[in-house]
Design a protein around this ligand. Structure first.
Ligand SMILES: [Fe+2]
Length: 137
């Protein structure tokens, strides 16, 4: 799996959210690297996994608050929140399976993180609220 790089075109015009997205990408790239390392230990993967789950929770909460403040319509916030909750549930499910002793689940985690989340959510869904952040709507 190739590394995912943040690009200026992914900017949502909020410095804090952009910084959080960059940090998330760094965490996910770090997790991918660890999984590839021949001497990767389960403990190392668990540390990154815990960091990811905690960071995602805090990031989603911040983003939801920020778009509400920007005047993003309530029904769109609800839909965005639903997508966040779905991602978080999936991350937690992966973590549970992993904690249950099945480290092979990490192989499915990466396509999910890179695809559904980074490409679909950060580069797609998150762009929908940008006009509200920039005050163009
Ligand atoms: Fe989002």
């Amino acid at each position: 799996m190739t590394r995912f790089e943040w690009k200026p075109e992914y900017s949502v015009n909020d410095d804090k959210i952009d910084a959080q997205h960059q940090e998330l990408i760094a965490i996910i790239n770090g997790l991918a690297e660890q999984l590839r390392a021949p001497d990767a230990s389960t403990d190392d993967a668990r540390t990154v996994f815990d960091h990811l789950a905690a960071y995602v929770t805090a990031h989603f909460a911040y983003e939801e608050g920020r778009i509400a403040e920007a005047g993003y319509p309530a029904e769109l916030i609800a839909a965005h929140q639903a997508e966040h909750n779905k991602i978080l549930r999936q991350v937690q499910e992966f973590e549970q399976v992993f904690e249950g002793g099945d480290a092979s689940v990490l192989e499915q985690l990466m396509p999910f993180l890179y695809g559904d989340w980074l490409i679909h959510h950060i580069c797609g869904t998150d762009k929908d609220y940008v006009p509200y952040i920039t005050g163009k709507r």
